[in-house]
Write a protein that binds this ligand. Structure first.
Ligand code: IFM
Length: 450
């Protein structure tokens, strides 16, 4: 347990926790919700560990009152959640589904009543299946449909929502979903993935335009990127080059497009014929100024050149003896500082937030308690590194733990637990883990031990 707080965060610092619709809501067939690509993908034999699905998940859809009470117990100032697109547009277009909008209206009102600020992500990967049937993210039109979603949700919720994020982790949605086949819609084609990435960025642009038409003075909108320092495994030229390519693949592709208005030349050359067509005006739409940038940080990439693999397929290495989480990801707190500093120095996007940070561990419930000291240390050490960035003048304004609840961890199903609150999926009972009690202490003290 942390002792006396010696590191106090800035006065207007935001303490939050995050979830995403498909991972927590359940109720996939209720109140007019249409199917999403994840409902479909979960039915593909072998796609999801243990054959799990998001059909019930944490049943958050029916349990928001209890979950908001938990947030209060944790002293959260903010809750980041996402909108299920197929709840709003069950068939991808046409008239919005009033029951879907009502659910989020009530959630926003109830959060305010509890003194918790809603941070809303518009797309966290659950594309309506109806839009996938028309090409999904391979179809430029999906970006326009996303603009309609953004406009509709902002018009319905704008009075109570002042922090908006268009797309969560476009890298994951495009490359894990369209090149590596591990996420919905399960495609395996680099050309398709690059097209999806471009259309996701266009959607971000369309979304910003739509949000701005409804936003009030002082409201903020941006995007959320998963970023990681990419470091060479050795100082050989081959590894240095491989690390630079990995950086282009994961980080620069999106940061350059968003904050410099162009894809990085070296990567454009590397992708060659797989490059999507970029139309006049696309990069201007994509690189409109944002008011905030959400950064999701989990680990670093240590990269080695692999002579047997094509140039993009570098080898990711976990250094020997490095501590790892249950995902096998290296625990590397310094990376969160490196990412914040680098993005500020190289791209100056203005205000940033840590929109996700956290760890999966093999938690178990013993005598009604979950003792997860590793997660507590993980969060503490990352927060200390965030504080270091603040001290060096990086404009970072808040921190959202991933996740509020154990939930549906995509292809891993319910086998990987990221929550600071344990969920017994058989009974839907919630138990605040040791790390959650610790985080509650942090939010109230407004700081951590140094
Ligand atoms: O669970 C995911 C989340 O949906 C997006 N960011 C990473 C998390 C952990 O894998």
């Amino acid at each position: 347990m942390a002792s006396r707080s010696t590191v106090i965060f800035p006065k207007d610092w935001i303490w939050g926790a995050a979830t995403a619709a498909y991972q927590v809501e359940g109720a996939t067939r209720e109140d007019g919700r249409g199917p999403s690509i994840w409902d479909t993908f979960c039915r593909v034999p072998g796609a999801i560990a243990n054959g799990d699905t998001g059909e019930i998940a944490c049943d958050h859809y029916h349990r928001t009152a209890g979950d908001i009470a938990l947030m209060r117990e944790l002293g959260l100032g903010a809750y980041r959640f996402s909108i299920s697109w197929p709840r709003i547009f069950p068939t991808g277009s046409g008239r919005p589904n009033a029951a879907g909008l009502d659910f989020y209206r009530r959630l926003v009102d109830d959060l305010h009543a509890a003194g918790i600020t809603p941070h809303v992500t518009l797309y966290h990967w659950d594309l309506p299946q109806a839009l996938q049937d028309q090409g999904g993210w391979e179809n430029r039109d999906t970006a326009r449909r996303f603009g309609e979603l953004a406009y509709t949700v902002a018009a319905a919720l704008g009075a109570g929502v002042h922090h908006w994020y268009t797309i969560n982790e476009p890298w994951v949605a495009s490359f894990l979903g369209h090149w590596m086949g591990q996420h919905a819609p399960g495609k395996r084609d680099l050309r398709v993935a690059l097209l999806a990435a471009h259309n996701l960025l266009l959607a971000h642009g369309e979304g910003l335009v739509a949000l701005r038409s409804e936003m009030r003075p002082g409201d903020a909108a941006g995007i959320v990127l998963n970023l990681a320092p990419c470091e060479p495994a050795t100082d050989s030229n081959a590894d240095l080059e491989a690390a630079h390519r990995a950086d282009g693949f994961v980080n620069r592709w999106f940061l350059d497009a968003l904050y410099r208005g162009a894809y990085p030349d070296d990567m454009v050359r590397l992708y060659g014929d797989a490059m999507p067509e970029v139309e006049a005006g696309d990069m201007a739409l994509i690189s409109q100024p944002t008011d905030l940038l959400g950064i999701n940080y989990y680990t670093r990439n240590v990269v080695a050149h692999d002579p047997a693999a094509p140039p993009l397929e570098t080898r990711r290495i976990v250094p020997v003896d490095a501590p790892v989480t249950a995902m096998g990801w290296e625990v590397y707190p310094r990376g969160i500082y490196q990412v914040l500093k680098r993005v500020h120095d190289d791209y100056a996007p203005g205000r940033m937030l840590i929109a996700e940070n956290g760890a999966a561990y093999d938690d178990s419930l013993v005598d009604g308690q979950v003792d997860d000291p590793e997660r507590e240390v993980f969060l503490h050490d990352h927060l200390l590194e965030v504080y270091r960035a603040i001290e060096e003048g990086v404009p970072v304004g808040g921190y959202f733990v991933w996740s509020l609840l154990d939930n549906f961890e995509w292809a891993w199903g319910y086998g990987k637990r990221f929550g600071i609150v344990y969920v017994d999926f058989a009974t839907q009972e919630r138990i605040i883990k040791r790390s959650g009690h610790w985080y509650g202490h942090v939010t109230r003290e407004h700081g951590i031990s140094g």
